[in-house]
Every structure is written in structure tokens, then in C-alpha cells.
Design a protein around this ligand. Structure first.
Ligand code: A3P
Length: 284
């Protein structure tokens, strides 16, 4: 496995990343007070939250999300492209990241920048990741769900262990500038969760604007938006028409994990997460 990634301080990255850049990002990149950062472990609903944040900014008007790709609206700070773009951007920025906390730009922790961290049932993260990486050309493909299950449980996947990622970011949960949300609550009551995000950001919306945000960030609307599903990036990063939006539901893991896998995962979850309060994990 270890040859398939670039490892920086025990965390696996895409091979085209450089350790110097990752460290430089952590030590030198300046997160500003007016920035809004979305941080997630991969496949937890990043693109959904970014879309919502963009729509909050445009008061529900979909023009921006329909004409500009997500990596320009809310660049991933750890990518070379994102780093460059963010360094040149003026004014309040939307920033995305999958970095574990120990590699995230240090400046964020002394700034008033707002950070939204999304968690999702790791079983669904695992299944979503399996289907995604099975189709992506730039990363090692799992031969089977069984194989990917092993990788995931050991943290031998991009950005490392889900358990470590959650532990790291959960340590920030009492900060006023950090909002922890779950994919499950976003799914169960999108309206209420969007209102919660607005409150956190100090934004007020007219009822009509909120309605537009909900309409334009729905699974169906996102599926139809070329700028959301990456279908126009033919040959660069993903295969043509690769659906980033697969099923968009909670609990799909039940259709894919065997009873033995589910039991093994339960045991692992109990062992690894015993020190965190249960209510942080609404799916448990
Ligand atoms: P599934 O593969 O389970 O369908 P990320 O953006 O972090 O890569 O997460 C991708 C997951 O979020 C996918 O999960 C995708 O379908 C889901 N998702 C994206 N937009 C969504 C939406 N509007 N509603 C529900 N789920 C959404």
C-alpha cells in the first residue's frame, strides 16, 4: 500500500502532492478572519455543504454555482491549484479541505475564521468511498469492497484514518468559531440545518431566499448541474460522467456490508471512539 500514496507525517496523500508543499501550507498559509472553511473527511458531504454556502452567499441565486466549478468557488487549500487561487483571492473566501487537523494551516487556530466540520456515519463514508475510488483513475482502485473495507479500517486510504480525523477535529468542537454538523442531520432536516449554518455565519435570509437555497442544493438539482458532478472534467481527474452524486442517502451501508463486516466495524468503532460522547454521532 505504502507505494501508492505520498506519505506526509503518517498521512497518505495523492502522489502528485509534495511533502514540502503540505508542510509549507501548514506553517505559512494565512487563514483570515473573514474566511469560511468547510472541512470534512472525504465522502462526508463536502460538495453539498459547499453548494449550500455558495447559495447562502448568492441568496439562493444559482447563477454562480451553475457557471463556476466548485474548486474555484471554494478551492481545496491543500491542492496546488487551490493554494494558488486562494493566495491571490481578495475579500472573504470560501475554502475547502480534507486535511487532518495536525496538517491544517496553523493560522486558522488563532483566527476568527468560521470552520464547518461535517461528519458522516463512517460506514456510509466507506461505501461511498469504495464506489468513488473504484472509478477514479488517479488513485489506487480497490479490487473489491472487502479489500476497501480492510484499507479503510486500517486508515490506509487517502487522508488516513477516519477515526483519527474525527478525533482531531472534534477537539475543536467547543470553539465558538467551529460548527460541527452531520450529514445525517443535513439529510433529515435540510431547512433546519441551513438555518443553523446561517445563524453560525451571522446571515439572515428572506423565506424566499431560503426556499431557493433548498431547491438549488437538492440532490436532484445537484445531479443535473455539470459544475457539481464533475462530469465536464473529462480525462483530467475523473472519468467522464463520473457521478459524484451517487445515492445521497443515509444508511446505504446496510445494502453493502456483510453481517460479519458490520459487526467487525461496530467493534472497531466502540474501541476507537469510546472516549467521545455518543451524542456526537447521531447515527449510533
Ligand atoms: P453517496 O456516495 O453515499 O451517494 P463528498 O462531497 O464529501 O465527496 O461526499 C459525497 C457524498 O455526498 C455522496 O454520497 C453524495 O451522493 C452525497 N451528496 C452530495 N450532494 C448531496 C445532496 N444534495 N443530498 C444528499 N447527498 C448528497
Amino acid at each position: 500500500m505504502s507505494d501508492d500514496y505520498l506519505w506526509v507525517e503518517g498521512v497518505p496523500f495523492f502522489k502528485n502532492f509534495s511533502p514540502e508543499t503540505v508542510r509549507q501550507l501548514r506553517d505559512d498559509f494565512v487563514i483570515k478572519a473573514e474566511d469560511v472553511v468547510t472541512v470534512t473527511y472525504l465522502k462526508s458531504g463536502t460538495n453539498w455543504m459547499v453548494k449550500i454556502l455558495c447559495l447562502i452567499r448568492s441568496k439562493g441565486d444559482p447563477k454562480w454555482i451553475q457557471s463556476v466549478p466548485i474548486w474555484e468557488r471554494s478551492p481545496w487549500v491543500e491542492t496546488e491549484f487551490g493554494y494558488q487561487l486562494l493566495s491571490e483571492k481578495e475579500g472573504p473566501r470560501l475554502i475547502s479541505s480534507h486535511l487532518p487537523i495536525q496538517l491544517f494551516p496553523k493560522s486558522a487556530f488563532s483566527s476568527k475564521a468560521k470552520v464547518i466540520y461535517i461528519i458522516r456515519n463512517p460506514r456510509d463514508v466507506l461505501v461511498s468511498g469504495y464506489f468513488f475510488w473504484s472509478l477514479v483513475s488517479s488513485c489506487k482502485k480497490p479490487k473489491s469492497l472487502e479489500e476497501y473495507f480492510e484499507w479503510f479500517c486500517r486508515g490506509n486510504v487517502l487522508y488516513g484514518s477516519w477515526f483519527d480525523h474525527i478525533h482531531g477535529w472534534m477537539s475543536m468542537r467547543d470553539r465558538e468559531s467551529v460548527l460541527i454538523l452531520s450529514y445525517e442531520e443535513l439529510k433529515k432536516d435540510t431547512r433546519k440545518t441551513v438555518e443553523k449554518v446561517c445563524q453560525f455565519l451571522g446571515k439572515t435570509l428572506e423565506p424566499e431566499e431560503l426556499k431557493l437555497i433548498l431547491k438549488n442544493s437538492s440532490f436532484q438539482a445537484m445531479k443535473e448541474n455539470k459544475m457539481s458532478n464533475y462530469s465536464f472534467v473529462d480525462g483530467i481527474f475523473l472519468r467522464k460522467e463520473l457521478p459524484l452524486l451517487r445515492k445521497g442517502i443515509s444508511g446505504d451501508w446496510k445494502n453493502h456490508l456483510t453481517v460479519a463486516q458490520a459487526e467487525a466495524f461496530d467493534k472497531l468503532f466502540q474501541e476507537k471512539m469510546a472516549d467521545l460522547p455518543r451524542e456526537l454521532f447521531p447515527w449510533e
